[in-house]
Design a protein around this ligand. Structure first.
Ligand code: ADP
Ligand code: MG
Length: 568
């Protein structure tokens, strides 16, 4: 007898299931995609124990007949394509007909479904791929798929699952991805009965930015659009000062299907090259739309990878689309652009913001400075402040202008982030504690987030239903009034969705703190302070922009001067 034999069907099924079902989030994704394919306008996701115990997706879509529901559970049964040619004209999320079968093979599943035209619903229970029972049941129109005890019969997989919190995070991410691209459908995510995320029906995707990515995203992301033949690139991208430590806030969609595609990631990062510090990532929502026969989505069972027929063209279009938007943002110096094409379209120096500040209104304000010998001063001299807002330096190779507030903000943000990641923001204890009076609801969120506020450098102690003692404040605030900023922060924290973690939302708080603590415009600055501000700024990881994306420094080199005076 030879050594090769056919694998028993249940083993084959488990192997196949492994490709589609990696973790609870993949189950949630497949079930939501089915709901969307069924034309649902209202999708509810219930999770227990991070998805280990329960993943239930309830939709109001077209439902299935009893016969179809039984068929749907078999492998390679689908209503979405009929032949191989159809594979190149896919308009639905599903098409391989294996998600339900795969999930059923590794869980305890129950499906309840009813079509509009049927009087009763139909229910199927299936354990590890074996149908236990099926029959009529009462049901609203739509489909309800319940997946319990995922991987109960695949202990090896079970071991790889992360903590419920982590798995829930992935599920939340999957919901956000689909919600961002399907604004005409309501999504509600519940964990242990608590509403974690809610995406009401919206008129356009933009309205979902704030819901999926936080309030700041709503304000700092800008629309872009670009056509090339029948390919359309569109979406929203953050200004270059709005960045993240990882690529998780880059959302890619091809024909509305969420994908993780290297080529697209690369193009997005390329669009921001030189505008973002290394290892930082932009926040981008990118939709690529092109004829179904120009893209192959059938690369992997999870359908997350795609192949473009003309990858090069797509790559270029994405860069151009995003670049053009960034170029138009106020205060973006076009000269930094690495792309040849962009450089050509830049309209020279005509719109540069520093022109407003020139010439100096009254050189007499710092008469001594004009006589400073540049070379003697280690190459750079501070000449003075313009409108107590901009610092002016000269050196042998040109002129440097600094926005004092923006520059200081940048310095503080980096310092605070460093402290935050190391442990917590450095705190200064107050000799005499201050009183913080809040509204009831503010007090509630403050109480809930005492630890988070502690990480931000504030030591609060409850002193009654609505009052707290402020015992410590972030060092950077120095003697500045802490009450106002605390109230702002608590207000911001209370606007977070339930379950939002500080680790994901800290940057808005740090920005607030930096903004408050930084020197303001129209504040007097002396020689020493100015010089140290500039040299500290230069040691920052991303010195050229403030946290809001405005420039901190503008350099006019001698080459620029020569050009402006028509010497070349
Ligand atoms: P695919 O989505 O690739 O077709 P699935 O295994 O995910 O494969 O689903 C099999 C079939 O079951 C689908 O083609 C569809 O006809 C039906 N189906 C699955 N989920 C739903 C749902 N929520 N509402 C209506 N029909 C569904
Ligand atoms: Mg499917």
């Amino acid at each position: 007898m030879g050594k090769i034999r056919s694998l028993p069907p249940d083993v084959v099924l488990k192997i196949a299931a492994g490709e589609v079902v990696e973790r609870p989030a993949s189950v949630a994704k497949e079930l939501m995609e089915n709901a969307l394919d069924a034309g649902s306008r209202d999708i509810k996701i219930d999770i227990e124990a991070g998805g280990r115990r329960l993943i239930r997706v309830t939709d109001d879509g077209e439902g299935m007949s009893a016969e179809d529901a039984l068929l749907a559970l078999e492998r390679h049964t689908t209503s979405k394509i009929a032949s191989a040619e159809d594979l190149f004209a896919i308009h639905t999320f599903g098409f391989r007909g294996e998600a339900l079968a795969s999930i059923a093979a590794v869980s305890k599943m129950k499906i309840i479904t009813r079509r509009k035209e049927d009087l009763a619903g139909f229910e199927i229970q299936i354990d590890g791929g074996m149908v236990l029972k099926s029959g009529e049941t009462g049901s609203p129109i739509g489909t309800n798929v319940e997946v319990r005890d995922l991987f109960f019969n695949v202990p090896a997989r079970l071991k790889f699952l992360k903590s419920p919190g982590t798995e829930l995070g992935h599920i939340g991410e999957a919901v956000a991805r689909l919600a961002l691209a399907n604004e005409q459908t309501q999504f509600q995510l519940f964990h242990e009965g608590r509403l974690l995320a809610h995406y009401p029906v919206r008129a356009e995707a933009a309205a979902r930015l704030a819901e999926a990515l936080g309030k700041e995203a709503g304000e700092r992301m800008h629309r872009f659009q670009y056509h090339d033949g029948d390919m359309k690139i569109s979406g929203y991208a953050g200004d270059p000062g709005y960045d993240r430590p990882n690529a998780r806030a880059i959302y890619l969609f091809v024909n509305r299907r969420p994908v993780r595609d290297r080529l697209l990631y690369h193009a997005v990062l390329e669009a921001y090259r030189t505008l973002l510090p290394k290892e930082r990532n932009p926040v981008v929502l990118l939709f690529v739309e092109l004829p179904a026969d120009c893209v192959d989505v059938n690369v992997h069972p999870s359908k997350g990878e795609v192949k473009f027929v003309e990858g090069e063209k797509v790559h270029r279009a994405v860069i151009t689309g995003i670049r053009r938007m960034i170029e138009r943002l106020p205060g973006m110096p076009a000269v930094e652009a690495p792309l040849q094409e962009v450089r050509e379209t830049a309209s020279g120096y005509a719109r540069q913001p520093w022109q407003e500040a020139f010439p100096l209104k009254d050189p007499e304000t710092s008469p001594k400075a004009w006589t400073v010998n540049v070379a003697e001063r280690g190459g750079r001299s501070f000449l003075g402040q313009i409108q107590q807002t901009y610092l002016l330096f000269v050196s042998a190779d040109g002129i440097t202008l600094v926005d004092q507030h923006a520059a200081h903000e940048r310095i503080l943000v980096e310092k605070l982030e460093e402290q935050f990641f190391e442990k917590e923001i450095s705190r200064q204890l107050l000799m005499i504690p201050e009183v913080l009076e809040l509204s009831l609801s503010e007090a509630k969120s403050a109480q809930e987030h005492l630890q988070d506020l502690g990480k931000m450098g504030f030591a609060l102690e409850s002193a009654g239903e609505r009052t707290f003692w402020i015992r410590g404040v972030p060092e950077v605030l120095a003697r500045r009034e802490p009450v106002k900023i605390l109230k702002e922060m608590i207000h911001e924290i209370s606007s977070w969705g339930k379950g939002t973690e500080l680790s994901r939302s800290f940057s808005s708080l740090i920005h607030m703190l930096a903004c408050r603590a930084a020197v303001q415009a129209s504040q007097k600055i002396g020689y020493e302070e100015a010089s140290s501000l500039l040299s500290t700024l230069e040691s920052c990881t991303s010195p050229s922009r403030c946290p809001h994306g405005r420039p901190t420094v503008i350099k006019i080199t001698v080459e620029d001067l020569a050009k402006m005076f028509g010497r070349k």
